[in-house]
Design a protein around this ligand. Structure first.
Ligand SMILES: *[C@@H]1O[C@H](CO)[C@@H](O)[C@H](O)[C@H]1NC(C)=O
Ligand SMILES: *[C@@H]1O[C@H](CO)[C@@H](O)[C@H](O)[C@H]1NC(C)=O
Length: 389
């Protein structure tokens, strides 16, 4: 077994020398390389590949299906192109090392795309994926100005896929889109767009989640200027141990008007939201149909929330609290528990706002909610009896 793995290692590294070890003296190991019998193609195929520099992205895309491990080391992705790893073999390991950068172009992106089954994606210590978003930021985000590329399409990651320790900085607009994923764990991701607070960052959503199931995000830190997390559709989703700063809080929705309008079994827990427009927000689109069932917010601490500590609305129309609430997207089996933030809302904001359509909010659990500092909203409607508004 030892001689075979030594030979494989040498082939994989393309190196001509092995470090001496008590078990493999160079005199024996070196000839083993040249004399190695033809290796099984499948084994050869599953090599470890390292790509770097300005040609690294296109080489990685071309060779992706033949590498078991892909190391992206200081890759400089040319302008107007995607670092595209959407044709990976099952079980591929992708490692980012050093600084990954992208050239400037006005286009819609994405700058990075990874897809596959049982994929392990990892950021090496000290690595950063630097979008250098300031080149696009004009305060208009996706609503106007220059066309800005979306950053990371984490689409169709299935089986038992994971993303660990990824450090993302300054995305031009939305950061991470999770769509069509079934079985994805995201651990200790940092999305730091804090430079956009004064630098014109807008619509820099942290995580946008749609049509996915079994997604667990743990230990994320998001500094941005839009939703920290927005779940537009999906089931069995957990966000825990997170920090959201600078943005629009932890959101469900908006739900309604898309091809998939079902949100079921989504939990946000043990997280902190600070310096944000909203804390918790559930947005059902007025006049639309869909389902928001089994959502839980628990163990959330709010501070410096400027508009709404908790906002649950069935009259969203692209803007909050517009017109009469409707009942086509019922909000059922909702749990809001242990939400704390004494003086968590600034004095011009509202602590809790609930605007439901007739009979459209039911079977709620509401406990340990202590959000203060702001005003009370005079126009709450159809509030379930357990809740207070
Ligand atoms: C809700 O989702 C979590 C996380 O995926 C899962 O462990 C749990 O079994 C789901 N609950 C139901 C009732 O399906
Ligand atoms: C009410 O909601 C809880 C979850 O919060 C759920 O377990 C229960 O089945 C729901 N009851 C009804 C009658 O829908």
């Amino acid at each position: 077994m030892a001689p075979l793995s030594s030979a494989l290692l040498l082939v994989a590294l393309g190196a001509g020398r092995v470090l001496s070890s008590p078990l493999a003296e160079p005199a024996i190991a070196a000839p083993a390389v040249t004399a190695a019998p033809s290796l099984d193609n499948a084994l050869q195929k599953r090599a470890s590949c390292t790509f770097s520099g300005s040609g690294g992205a296109s080489s990685a895309s071309k060779s992706q299906a033949s590498c078991a491990t892909i190391v992206l080391s200081n890759v400089a992705v040319p302008s107007g192109t995607t670092l595209d790893l959407s044709d990976l073999e099952d079980g591929t390991h992708v490692i980012f090392e050093g600084t990954t950068t992208w050239g400037y172009k006005e286009w819609s992106g994405p700058l990075l795309q990874i897809k596959g089954k049982d994929i392990t994606i990892e950021g090496a210590s000290g690595s950063v994926l630097d979008g250098d978003g300031a080149r696009w930021w004009d305060g208009e985000g996706g609503n106007g100005g220059v066309t800005k590329p979306k950053f990371f399409a984490a689409h169709s990651l299935t089986g038992s896929s994971s993303i660990t320790n990824l450090n993302i900085k300054n995305t031009p607009v939305q950061a991470v889109s999770i769509n069509g994923c079934e079985g994805l764990t995201v651990t200790d991701m940092t999305i730091d767009n804090s430079a956009g607070d004064s630098g014109g960052g807008h619509n820099t959503d942290g995580f946008d989640i749609g049509s996915s199931s079994g997604v667990t995000i743990t230990g994320a830190k998001v500094y941005n200027q839009d939703d920290c997390v927005a779940v537009n559709s999906g089931t069995d989703i957990v966000f825990s141990g997170g920090l959201c700063s600078g943005g629009h809080g932890l959101s469900i929705g908006s739900v309604g008007g898309r091809s998939d309008n079902t949100v079921d079994n989504v939990t946000f827990k043990d997280s902190t939201i600070t310096k944000s427009t909203n804390g918790l927000r559930i947005k059902a689109v007025a006049g639309a149909t869909g389902t928001i069932n089994g959502v839980t917010y628990s163990g959330i601490t709010l501070s410096s929330i400027s508009k709404y500590g908790i906002l649950i609305e069935q009259n969203y129309d692209g803007g909050d609290l517009h017109g009469d609430p409707t009942s086509g997207v019922p909000i059922t089996d909702l749990t809001i528990s242990s939400i704390t933030g004494s003086s968590g809302v600034t004095s011009s904001g509202y602590n809790v706002v609930i605007v439901c359509g007739d009979g459209a909010c039911s079977n709620w659990t509401w406990s340990g909610v202590s959000v203060s500092g702001g005003k009370s909203y005079g126009e709450c409607q159809n509030v379930p009896s357990v809740a207070s508004c």
